[in-house]
Design a protein. Structure first.
Lengths: 368, 305
């Protein structure tokens, strides 16, 4: 990212008259004023100070969109060539800010209030009560602990993915077939996977895997009744879906290694085993770390298969944080508490990921 | 051919045997993993043609140990004999399918459009938004990837309720665009930085505006990257379940939500569930087989710098 930017300089001289510049500013400020006016009217209406009969907050939304358009147009009118260049990034930035920053701020307000959508009282500010409740909630901490287990499973996934990528990188026939076959699990929706594997193949009575186990002498195989095995099953299913993802990233990395390095090592008499540990693996470290970090990010969102197969059971043994909060809302409509749990999770994730990224960076480029 | 004059020395023969076993092991592992990857899909297809006794006996190979029936597909209204008739299940299924198509395609199109422009701008110009410079803006976009959906879900639930956007397609489209935008920007940034900026310089000298140069010269070159980003977005948005389960109830329900609600309730009528699951994953299997190289290209973009 260091070389990016500053590649194309503005060389054309724009002749922007003062009038134009003023007009550009005017439409931005004017539409902003309109937006605040509408929002103010709606707030007043909502609080019952005046009665304008607004059903929803849509007028404010429309005013906001109008302001966004005016802001983009104003850039071009008032700043000419520079404005046109800003226009590349501005829409995406506006979109993300309005879709993330506003809801997050709003979420903070919700997080510190007692708000049950089913109760008629509406939102009530309750200070630190949600945090206290969270601190004493054994199921939430249990879900957090499960997330650590789920994340640790990535190490095994990484090893399998690396092995498969190495095999695919050798001279084999039908490489395209194997690549497509290995890729397919990634394309399937987790919901369908949870039926295909979790609910039919792992079914106790008629599922093929239970049948094989019974043939092998296991009495009454069951996959989701004991906590450890249930968690292991969720890990395996998630691994099944996402191993192709890591495999492809690692394969791309392997293909980028110049062949000469291997040939040189071979000429020097290194065995295949040494060649791997002394040449391939160190060269693959940057790619591996990227792949693992992205995989961790995806893993932290794990929920779909848990919601659909075990809904957290038995006794919360398979709960991920996301599925726990999902049920907190589904079963109890508890928006305030659920949001607090989610916000806390976000804080933990941001801290953990920052430490991981910094640590990986440090480790890759040690400073002497 | 017993009197061969030239023959391999014993050392070479041993090497050959070793090499052969090596090959065998490699192919063995590859085939084993291909089985692991493909068997659930095979299982789903075959189960959709089974009847109750076949399920209970655990028959696996069609025609050999059971006769395929259209049972599962009939319950969906998609078997040959019911395809002409009215079917409420089929109408429901097609509605959900259509919802999924509209939502996934429009979210991906919007994300690729917004994301390509942003990635191009970030790879070519110097920005200063307040204290944020290019690298900060890039980081801001990419950091959205870390944001778990559950953090946004409940605020959005309340916001959409206030905006009367619960259970609408547009609400889901906006959220899905948000979730795939960082991935698109990541792929496209990689793509644009591999295109030399001399191309635009030449175009600008010839009198094109910067947007003209972007649209007529750079975009066609970056098209493979855009297709890769589009396909990846399509896969992710098609499969999305969490937001759809929270934010839709009847009108805008997508296919995964329908599959989830159906598979939760029915006991042993595996044939209809299998048919439904298979119908839900079929589009992606087709995409996966036909456009495999684009998907791989998209995922590899971030890996190798």
């Amino acid at each position: 990212m260091n070389t990016a930017g500053d590649l194309l300089h503005v060389v054309t001289a724009d002749n922007i008259s003062d009038q134009q510049r003023r007009f550009g500013k005017l439409i931005v400020l004017g539409s902003a004023a309109l937006m605040f006016f509408v929002a103010g009217l709606q707030t007043a209406d909502q609080n019952g100070w005046i009665d304008l009969g607004f059903e929803t907050w849509r007028p404010t939304l429309y005013a906001y969109i109008f302001w966004g358009i005016c802001l983009c147009a104003g850039q071009v009118i008032a700043r000419g060539e520079h404005g046109k260049r800003t226009l590349f990034v501005l829409p995406a930035a506006l979109f993300v800010v309005s879709m993330v920053v506003f809801p997050l701020l709003f979420g903070l307000i919700i997080a510190f209030s007692d708000w049950n959508l089913a109760s008629p009282n509406g939102r009530q500010f309750n200070g630190w009560n949600n945090i206290r409740q969270m601190w004493a909630d054994p199921f939430y901490w249990n879900a957090m602990r499960n997330m650590v287990w789920y994340s640790l499973a990535i190490i095994v996934e990484y090893a399998v993915a690396f092995a498969l990528a190495l095999l695919l990188n050798t001279q084999i026939k039908g490489r395209k077939f194997f690549r497509v076959a290995f890729l397919l699990p990634l394309m399937l929706s987790p919901v369908a996977v949870s039926w295909m594997i979790g609910k039919s193949m792992l079914e106790n009575r008629f599922g093929p895997i239970a049948r094989i186990l019974r043939e092998m002498g296991v009495e009454n195989p069951s996959f989701f009744s004991s906590p450890e095995i249930a968690r292991l099953m969720i890990m395996l299913m998630d691994a099944w879906t996402y191993i192709p993802f890591m495999m492809i990233m690692i394969l791309a990395g392997l293909q980028a290694i110049p062949k000469e390095l291997h040939e040189a090592a071979e000429v020097d008499g290194a065995s295949a085993w040494t060649r791997f540990w002394e040449v391939t693996f160190p060269l693959m470290l940057p790619v591996s770390i990227t792949a693992i970090l992205i995989r961790i990010i995806f893993k932290l969102k794990l929920a779909d298969i848990i919601i659909n197969i075990t809904s957290g059971g038995p006794g919360g043994a398979t709960d991920s944080v996301t599925s726990f909060i999902f049920r907190e809302y589904r079963d109890r409509s508890n928006v305030g508490y659920g949001t607090m749990l989610a916000m806390f999770y976000l804080v933990v994730i941001v801290i953990a990921m920052t430490i991981l990224i910094k640590g990986a960076d440090r480790w890759m480029r040690p400073r002497y | 051919m017993s009197d061969q004059i030239f023959r391999d020395s014993n050392a070479d023969r041993a090497f050959k045997a070793k090499r052969f076993t090596g090959r065998a092991v490699i192919y063995g592992i590859l085939i084993l993993w291909a089985l692991i990857a493909l068997f659930p899909i095979y299982w789903t297809i075959t189960t959709s043609f089974k009847m109750a006794p076949d399920v209970m006996k655990g028959n696996i190979v069609p025609y050999w140990d059971y006769t395929p029936r259209w049972l599962g597909w009939r319950s969906l209204g998609l078997s040959p004999d019911t395809i002409g008739n009215e079917s409420t299940v089929r109408a429901e299924f097609l509605k959900r399918f259509w919802n999924s198509v509209i939502i996934a395609v429009s979210a991906s199109v919007i994300a690729v459009g917004l994301g390509s422009c942003a990635a191009y701008g970030l790879s070519r110009f110097n920005y200063k938004f307040g204290f944020m410079r290019n690298s900060d803006i890039s980081f801001f976009f990419l950091s959205q990837l870390i944001l778990p959906p559950v953090v946004l879900a409940l605020p959005f639930l309340v916001l959409y309720k206030a905006l009367a956007m619960l259970d609408t397609r547009i609400g889901l489209i906006l959220l899905y665009t948000l979730t795939v935008l960082p991935i698109v920007i990541w792929i496209m940034r990689d793509q644009f930085s591999s295109i030399p900026s001399e191309l635009e310089e030449a175009a600008l000298v010839d009198g094109l505006s910067i947007w003209g140069a972007f649209l007529t010269i750079i975009l066609p070159i970056a098209l493979p990257g855009m297709v890769a980003a589009f396909i990846l977005s399509l896969v992710l948005t098609w499969n999305e379940y969490f937001f759809a389960a929270l934010l839709t109830s009847s009108d805008a329900k997508t296919l995964p939500v329908m599959v989830a609600s159906q598979t939760g309730s029915q006991g042993i009528s595996w044939w209809s569930m299998a048919a439904l699951s298979f119908a839900a994953i079929l589009p992606l299997i087709v995409i996966g087989i036909a456009l495999e190289r684009f998907i791989i290209k998209g995922m590899a973009a971030g890996a190798v710098k």
